[in-house]
Ligand binder design. Structure first.
Ligand SMILES: [Zn+2]
Ligand SMILES: [Zn+2]
Length: 442
């Protein structure tokens, strides 16, 4: 096979290591299904698919040790965030002080058990599990611990459901809302939580998925002749979405992670459409039902998402009002509309602008979870603002319904198989060489 053209292209991007394609660097792009050889990356470089620009790999220095150290520090900060006072609020001579755990615990006592468990999962349990999993996998390399494959599978499955960054945004929004009427003091745990957030984000930034799976078991190689630059489907190959191994079509389970591997996600469009329709149906009561009940000097006000936005706008809190409006109204609607459009593009038979729609899918997938910010604002304010008839905030049933809308749209994005957008796109007979090797970028 002639590799000269693609190798020289890679070297111009700064790689000074041997870039000879090796069998263990064969990858199938999860977004467009083209088989490519991963160039030998140096730490700091990323490899992108030449057909759809999806990031295939990002090489990190010390790819297992660094995430493990960051994860250990993050866990320590999470522990500190739970030990000391989190935030306190003073109003008319009385003071309300909460711990971090109260954000979910108070909802439980307010007959919002499901919402309470969801908030606890999103801001405590899932982030803690992810950090523990990374440490376990590092220790597992050294001591050959059991169940490493299961831990790694669950780690990557749960990653999008860790919402500490969104909760931090929710805290800042809550402070802007409250600071005009009350005195807010930040406890030691608040700063520990901020550090936890940063360390948690950094842990995932420096985590090298390829290296992690390679540390568990070497990537299995298809025992058939393969041709880079052609799709996996053309060559009786399929991708293991869990560990990124290339698996022959006839093989039911991945030999590395034992996950059941299918050519395309089964009934992807049907599942995505069903979830989108569910989200549409839930979106109506989510906007009609009160998301929050506010008591102020004996007056009780139920506010929906829209009325809360209007109130903030009238109070002159424009930046917060815009953030809430974008996160709670614009993003869910745009996400639902775009996902319907992607389903339509994937279902129709003629050629479409797959590269463009693939970028839209990546954006929609990334931005969707941020809609949860309003729910987390309600959870935090319900825990903190508890001054009886003077001033109190209670979660409304709309908060739970809106959380269900966000969760169903996130599941819809997960159920959608972006390769369906590319399946109708033919690679021209003279083009496959262009896709032979992924592009390395510093
Ligand atoms: Zn691709
Ligand atoms: Zn696998």
């Amino acid at each position: 096979m002639n590799t000269t053209a693609t190798l020289s292209a890679c070297q111009t991007h700064g790689s000074d290591q041997n870039t000879d394609p090796r069998p263990d660097e064969l990858v199938l792009c999860p977004h467009c299904d083209v088989l490519q050889y991963l160039p030998a990356l140096i730490p700091g470089e990323q490899a992108h698919c030449l057909r759809c620009q999806h990031q295939l790999d990002a090489r990190q220095p010390n790819p297992i040790m660094r995430p493990a150290l960051y994860a250990t520090s993050a866990l320590l900060m999470l522990l500190l965030a739970n030990l000391f006072p989190f935030v306190s609020m003073a109003l008319a001579g009385t003071r309300s002080e909460i711990h971090f755990f109260d954000t979910s615990a108070v909802l439980f006592t307010e007959y919002q058990q499901i919402l309470s468990i969801l908030v606890w999962l999103f801001i405590q349990a899932v982030p803690a599990f992810c950090m523990l999993a990374i440490i376990y996998l590092k220790l597992g390399m050294r001591y050959q611990l059991p169940a490493r494959i299961w831990v790694a599978r669950v780690l990557f499955m749960l990653k999008p459901w860790s919402m500490v960054d969104i909760f931090l945004m929710g805290l800042l929004i809550s402070f802007v809302k409250l600071v005009a009427t009350a005195e807010i003091s930040l406890g030691m745990s608040f700063w520990a939580f901020c550090l936890f957030c940063l360390l948690h984000l950094r842990t995932f930034q420096v985590l090298d998925r390829h290296a992690l799976w390679a540390s568990i078991a070497p990537s299995p190689q298809p025992d058939v002749a393969v041709k880079a630059g052609r799709t996996g489907l053309d060559q009786q190959l399929k991708l293991c979405h869990c560990c990124t191994a290339v698996v022959p079509l006839a093989q039911r389970h991945c030999s590395r992670c034992h996950t059941k591997v299918t050519v395309r996600m089964p009934a992807s469009l049907q599942k995505t459409l069903a979830l989108l329709i569910t989200a549409c149906v839930l979106y109506v009561p989510a906007n009609m039902l009160p998301i929050m009940r506010t008591v102020s000097f004996g007056d009780v006000t139920d506010s929906t998402i829209i009325s809360g936005f209007i109130l903030m706008w009238q109070d002159g809190e424009y930046p917060v009002a815009i953030i809430i409006f974008l996160a709670s109204v614009v993003i869910p609607i745009i996400k639902i509309v775009l996902m319907f459009w992607l389903c339509y593009l994937a279902a129709k038979s003629k050629q479409t602008a797959a590269k463009y729609s693939g970028n839209v899918y990546r954006l929609v997938d990334w931005v969707g979870r941020w809609s949860m910010v309003d729910v987390l604002v309600v959870a935090f304010m319900a825990a903190l603002v508890r001054f009886g008839l003077l001033a109190s905030v209670y979660p409304g049933v709309g908060a739970l319904v809106f959380a269900a809308v966000v969760i169903t749209t996130m599941l819809a994005a997960v159920s959608f198989d972006p390769r369906l957008l590319w399946d109708n796109q033919q690679i021209a007979a003279d083009k496959p060489m262009q896709y032979r090797q992924a592009e390395g970028k510093v």
